[in-house]
Design a protein around this ligand. Sequence first.
Ligand code: B12
Length: 210
Amino acid sequence: MSKKLTDAIIDMRENDALKITDELLQSGTNPFDILEACRQALEVIGQRFEAGDCFLPELIMAGEVLKQISEKILPLIKGEAKAAKKLGKIVFGTVEGDIHDIAKNIVVFMLDINGFDVTDLGVDVPPAKFVEATKKTGATIVGLSGFLTLAYDPMKATVEALKAAGLDNVKVMIGGGQMDEQVRQYTGADAFGRNAMAAVSLAKQWVGGA
Ligand code: B12
């Protein structure tokens, strides 16, 4: 059934994808399995886009479907796992020049329901804005999301701007499509996380809660 969802998204059958999501939820499928089915579909669409087998409208449509599906799913997860106490403050955003936000929204959501007080700065966030928000909130963790190769330099610039502002003790994590350990080294961030759960465990480690 999850495979049916992956195929519906890949084939751009938007209504089918939403219907299958409802059916999966009704049959008690784990919301995380539904998100994984979506992720796989978007990976295929991304590869097709890269190969020139599909174009921007398809990319936009796939993003739109995933947004609608995550809006259906995330509130259900919230019901399950709302943590009572705030473990720490985090400033989060998609870096300058990058507007991919679906993944960021999932990570912010997971941090929130796991007990963190998250300030979400949105997308295309310049380094100075991260610095300003970190100072204002007193956050001890900054999360940088980015999907483009072009996001490497803004990530590096953000890490440098935090240091230049005297926020050396603030821990920085990065993540998103093209990010990996090599990019982490390039940017000078403290850690790279592959998915939302990795973001949660890093944050818990950093506040001493895991
Ligand atoms: C959907 C999509 C879009 C949508 C975005 C919609 C939105 N509101 O987010 C739209 C259509 C707007 C778009 C635009 C563009 N896109 Co685009 N897009 C994608 C696509 C298909 C999926 C991304 C996605 O949301 N995946 C679903 C998420 C949920 O899955 P996930 O990554 O596993 O999520 C986890 C991790 O990312 C992690 N995570 C994310 N952030 C963080 C942060 C931290 C701290 C941590 C720890 C973890 C973490 O946690 C998430 C949840 O578990 C990717 C291909 C891909 N597979 O990545 C291309 C892709 C990223 N796009 C690409 C490109 C080229 C573009 C455009 C430049 C196209 C164009 N010509 O205009 C523009 C860029 C616009 C800009 N300035 O940003 C390329 C990038 C190539 C590159 N090397 O830079 C990709 C890789 C496609 C490809 N293969 O060519 N895109």
